[in-house]
Design a protein around this ligand. Structure first.
Ligand code: NDP
Ligand code: MG
Ligand code: MG
Length: 340
């Protein structure tokens, strides 16, 4: 078993007395800034003028420009959208770095794929909560926490790992458990998970199941309930009890069908394709495509996003959800809880 770190074994000695700049005040930024502040750390938020800036002021944290916050701080956590980080870093953060500072990330993408190349005189590490920012905040307030990964990319001071652990503890993550990884592992597994299973794999499975039923003449409403709506109930059971816990609750007929047909749908061919997806992540092809897409102002992203909104499963889903006020409520609750 990998080593998992908890609160009591982490010293309050390396982040203490330092000034922490949290750059960005969005999903992760507000949670890190407020949790660290309430854990007793000296925090300044660095963000541009606008919605987030006003929110940070309202929340009572000290706010400055990205440049000012970076200049003041010893530890700089970058919580801007990944695709904007390189330009903001180059312009406003890099010039502020001095020897012994720490540059921190919540996802390894930009460092791992060399979009940000930190100078050799600063510590570089990541503290990546394995959950949405709003839960990082909500669980902290409730006395709990979201687990996190830490990784050290560059250790100039000799205390990068201890500082990373203390930062993780400060945002409440060590109440749930902190695991050590590398920038490579965090970046590649995060991208693979969201592409092959959590987001990409799942949306394609749901759509293809829906399309197969509708094409065969079944009602779209029935197909929607069967292939999308019910998924949440199944996933909740898996979350609580693994595959076994879910299979305990379904009928034996469903379980037999699971055993018989699951491997026919997701077969060796799918495994080969998953390996190809992973390879494109590992060799930088995926990263290159996404970086270029952003440089071109996302023409393909917007085109697909638009056409997806008109998919029959979305059209029928919007109508059905409008009739289920309790689902709407759930949507409000989880809107903020998007995966990254
Ligand atoms: P968000 O999109 O929620 O927040 C972005 C913040 O950056 C906003 O405060 C925004 O301010 C600010 N910002 C945008 N552009 C600029 C700019 N040019 N100058 C100054 N500030 C700017 O980001 P996330 O919290 O989703 O992601 C942050 C990092 O955390 C990423 O590396 C991501 O991979 C990682 N991560 C995110 C998770 C999540 O739950 N979302 C989970 C784990 C890791 P404004 O309001 O003005 O636009
Ligand atoms: Mg993720
Ligand atoms: Mg991600």
């Amino acid at each position: 078993m990998a080593k998992v770190y908890y609160d009591k074994e982490i010293a309050d000695q390396y982040l203490n007395g330092k000034k922490v700049a949290v750059i960005g005040y969005g999903s992760q930024g507000h949670a890190h800034a407020l949790n660290l502040k309430e854990s007793g750390y000296d925090v300044v938020v660095g963000v541009r003028q606008g919605k987030s800036y006003d929110q940070a002021v309202e929340d009572g944290v000290r706010v400055a420009s990205v440049e000012e916050a970076s200049n003041e701080a010893d530890v700089i956590m970058i919580l801007l959208p990944d695709e904007l980080q390189p330009q903001v870093y180059k312009r406003e953060i890099e010039p502020a770095l001095t020897p012994g500072n720490a540059l921190v990330f919540a996802h390894g993408f930009n460092v791992h794929f060399h979009q940000i190349v930190p100078p050799d005189f600063v510590d570089v590490f990541l503290v990546a909560p394995k959950g949405p920012g709003h839960l990082v905040r909500r669980t902290y307030e409730a006395g709990a926490g979201v687990p996190a990964l830490i990784a050290v990319y560059q250790d100039v001071t000799g205390t990068a790992k201890e500082t990373a652990l203390e930062y993780a503890k400060g945002i409440g993550a060590a109440r749930a458990g902190v695991l050590e990884t590398t920038f490579k592992e965090e970046t590649e597994t995060d991208l693979f998970g969201e592409q092959a299973v959590l987001c990409g794999g799942l949306t394609s499975l749901v759509k293809t199941g829906f399309e197969t039923l509708v094409e065969a003449g079944y009602q779209p409403e029935v197909a929607y309930f069967e292939c999308l709506h019910e998924l949440k109930l199944i996933v909740d059971l898996m979350y609580e009890g693994g595959l076994e816990g879910m299979r305990y609750s379904i009928s034996d007929t469903a379980q037999w069908g699971d055993f018989q047909s699951g491997p026919r749908v997701v077969d060796e061919d799918t495994r080969t394709k998953m390996r190809a997806v992973l390879k494109d992540i590992q060799n930088g092809e995926f990263a290159k495509g996404w970086i270029l897409e952003n440089q071109a102002n996302r023409p393909v992203f917007h085109a697909i996003n638009e056409s997806e909104k008109h998919h029959p499963i979305e059209v029928v889903g919007r109508e059905l959800r409008a009739m289920m006020p309790f689902v709407k409520q759930q949507k409000e609750k989880t809107k903020e809880a998007v995966t990254s």
